[in-house]
Design a protein around this ligand. Structure first.
Ligand SMILES: [Mg+2]
Length: 336
């Protein structure tokens, strides 16, 4: 057919050996009936709803190779997907991995990347059940992940006016780390290491998401991948709601303050923190939630009606909006 490649790209020499070596380290658990090596992996049936997600990390788009040890790259490729399962309050079950590899990349790099991914999978009690390798001009790691909802499912479309808005952990660290890696911001010592680590090696909040899924009613939630302001916008869009956010309440780490200062602009606009933002009904205090979720939780505002728009209050720079795509989108909606 016109437009279609005439034949499947032939695997380069050593490819099958590489795949065999990568798969040799995988030890699927009891829920996997048939792991890597056949045309499909086979999973035991589950009784509960399944969660399915997929995400890619592409060289030149999401990362530059010199920033990462290969193990860290593999781990992060899995973590960004685990974060989506966390945002829905689920348990990860199984994943498949596609590696797009430039011809110049050493097989050893791929083996180390896979070792990092494998270790992260074991830590998350997740089976890597299969994969694919293809040649490409840029390195790309794509992970598809299946999870299970054992409690409620956290959704974006269930926030209601009056809900309190919380975030886990601190925000803006990964964006600050990225700026440092890019040479656009300077920092020293422990702050520099912390911020860079938060970009290279983020944590998914699986446990926190699972505990949120046990709350009644189940909070609306989203993970912070695109940046707080933008992800908040996604959640509010889905819920047809507005919000009031207190700029002074945005949780900033000591390292962020050391490198960036007290201005939360980067924390509002910068992505890849992989913290959870959620909207809880009732009189939850941040202290109660921190204890329940096993991670620091801060209240940053509350859900309003859609007609109230999305307002940023407080701060020494009152009324000053973050200069991000996310903000532009919200401001234009605000002024409608
Ligand atoms: Mg997400």
């Amino acid at each position: 057919l016109p437009g279609l490649p005439r034949s499947k790209e032939k695997p380069p020499p050593g490819e099958f050996e590489l795949i065999a070596r990568l798969c040799a380290g995988l030890k699927p658990g009891r829920r996997t009936i048939l792991g890597p090596g056949d045309d499909c992996a086979v999973l035991a049936p589950v009784k509960r709803p399944l969660l399915v997600t997929i995400d890619s990390m592409v060289e030149g788009v999401h990362f530059r190779r010199p920033w990462f040890r290969p193990e860290a790259l593999g781990r992060k490729a899995l973590t960004v997907n685990l974060s989506d399962i966390a945002a829905c309050g689920g348990w990860p079950l199984a994943s498949v991995v596609n590696l797009a590899i430039p011809a110049t990349l050493e097989p050893r790099f791929i083996e180390r990347l896979y070792a990092g991914l494998r270790r992260a999978a074991v830590a998350a009690e997740l089976d890597v059940v299969g994969g694919n390798i293809t040649r490409a001009s840029a390195l790309a790691i794509t992970v598809a992940l299946i999870g299970e909802a054992r409690r409620s499912i956290l959704r974006r479309d269930t926030a209601r006016p009056g809900d309190q808005i919380f975030v886990t952990g601190t925000v803006g660290d990964a964006a600050a780390g990225l700026k440092i890696l890019e040479g656009r911001r300077r920092a020293r010592g422990a702050a520099r290491r912390f911020l860079i680590e938060r970009f290279l090696n983020p944590t998914s909040r699986l446990r926190a998401g699972q505990r949120l899924a046990a709350m009644r009613p189940a909070p609306a939630a989203i993970d912070l991948s695109d940046g707080l302001w933008q992800d908040l916008g996604h959640l509010l869009d889905a819920s047809h709601a507005g919000a009031e956010i207190d700029a002074d309440a945005i949780p900033l780490s000591a390292a962020y303050r050391a490198a960036i200062g007290d201005d939360p602009e980067l924390a509002l606009g910068g992505g890849e923190d992989y913290e959870l933002l959620f909207c809880a009904r009732g009189r939850w205090s941040p202290a109660e939630l921190s204890q329940r979720l096993g991670v620091a939780v801060h209240r940053i505002g509350r859900v309003m009606r859609a007609s109230d728009g999305i307002r940023l209050t407080g701060g020494t720079r009152r009324g000053r909006a973050p200069r991000t795509a996310g903000w532009d989108q919200l401001r234009s909606r605000d002024s409608k």
